[in-house]
Ligand binder design. Structure first.
Ligand SMILES: *Cc1c(COP(=O)(O)O)cnc(C)c1O
Length: 369
């Protein structure tokens, strides 16, 4: 007899997990393409060698060379840096350290990155969603009015998927409103594309500030799964209490250390310049097309574009093997698709495919928010 027929394991699972809608990562959404512009990855594979023959041993929990390199890169002390399995793990560790399920709340500002909600949901922590203003900046007044029970605030800057950095004055205001009562985590996953917007140097002034970083975007290492949490020594010590004993495998640590050498950082900076050139090209070319309603200015490796007929654009390109990210379900993002900046050739393919759907050219107008 097949026991599966009578035993429903779902009845054993926590109710929160039974009801959980998992994060629909680009990989899970699938698609059958050769032009992948839906996950903000770099389109070409960087070249790394792995020669270490020590896989019989457990790795260090916090590999010294990786931590030292990243601290130097971020202008901080090694004690202020935690290495983890991507920025996504940091998002979750913060909830596990600071939020009691059924009691504390997290706050974030849609439209924004989806994992803040998924991690809070999985741990049964209340979510306060305070929509951004029309210019995608924070609604400080509403945030201030909704701080009850809030232990943790996630702010993505520059924001995914809108592409704009958050005003430093707003970040300062939030940090001051939450002094002694909540952690403010600034997600700087895309900060290499606009390093002047980093607030890592504020860590010395705000003990409740945490900064999330990753090697997945400008460092072109999404497949490596390596990110960093920057914070006070005390916060790092708390996060170390709940992190897995060996969060970075030996190959990951070795490749991350190479990516963070002076040479690795120089290559990253060259890559950023090239992506920005392709972004300018793509923005200007799309701005001439009648089907394009609006292009949000971007300080990242993607652009958010509002189309008069987003459904047709998304579907037609999908069938041509050009996979974009549909953002239409997010609040305020009607008609919006997010396009990762690929190679110049990939940008040209996008323009060509969308041009074919635009009946006429229009007068180019200012790129506005
Ligand atoms: C991609 C991304 C992450 C996740 O980074 P990983 O290091 O790959 O886990 C976190 N936050 C934002 C805003 C992102 O876009």
């Amino acid at each position: 007899m097949n026991m599966d027929n009578i035993f429903d394991v779902n009845l054993l699972a926590r109710e929160k997990v039974r009801k959980l809608i998992p994060y629909m990562s680009a990989r899970r959404l699938g698609g059958n393409g050769d032009v992948w512009l839906n996950a903000n990855e770099y389109p070409l594979a960087p070249d790394f060698q792995f020669t270490e023959q020590t896989l019989n041993r457990y790795p260090d929990c916090q590999p010294v060379s990786v931590i030292h390199h990243y601290a130097a890169y971020a202008g901080l002390q090694p004690e202020q840096v935690l290495a983890c399995r991507g920025a996504d793990e940091s998002i979750e560790l913060l909830i596990r350290v600071f939020c009691e399920p059924g009691q504390d709340a997290v706050l974030f500002c849609p439209p924004t990155y989806g994992m803040y909600s998924v991690s809070a949901e999985a741990f049964g922590v209340e979510q306060k969603k305070i929509a951004t203003q029309e210019n995608w900046q924070l609604d400080i007044k509403e945030i201030e009015n909704n701080l009850d029970r809030v232990k943790l605030i996630y702010i993505c800057s520059p924001n995914n998927p809108t592409g704009n950095p958050i005003n430093p004055a707003s970040l300062r205001k939030i940090l001051e409103l939450t002094t002694n009562r909540a952690i403010v985590a600034i997600d700087e996953a895309y900060i290499e594309f606009c390093p002047e917007n980093s607030i890592a140097s504020w860590l010395k002034n705000y003990p409740n500030l945490v900064i999330l970083r990753t090697l997945s975007k400008a460092f072109a290492l999404a497949g490596l799964r390596c990110g960093f949490t920057l914070a006070s020594v005390d916060i790092i010590a708390l996060l170390l209490k709940v992190i897995a004993p060996y969060p970075l495998s030996t190959p990951v640590a070795h490749i991350a250390a190479q990516a963070l050498t002076a040479e690795g950082i120089a290559i990253m900076k060259k890559r950023v310049i090239e992506i920005k050139e392709n972004r300018d090209y793509l923005q200007q070319a799309l701005n001439k097309l009648a089907i394009v309603e609006k292009i949000c200015p971007s300080e990242t490796n993607y652009i958010l574009v509002k189309f008069y007929d987003a459904e047709t654009v998304f579907r037609t390109l999908w069938h041509k093997g050009i996979i974009l990210r549909d953002q239409r379900k997010q609040p305020g993002l009607d008609g919006c698709l997010r396009i990762t900046i690929g190679t110049r050739k990939e940008c040209e393919q996008v323009v060509e495919a969308i041009s074919a759907l635009s009946t006429k050219n229009k007068q180019p107008k200012e790129i506005e928010s």
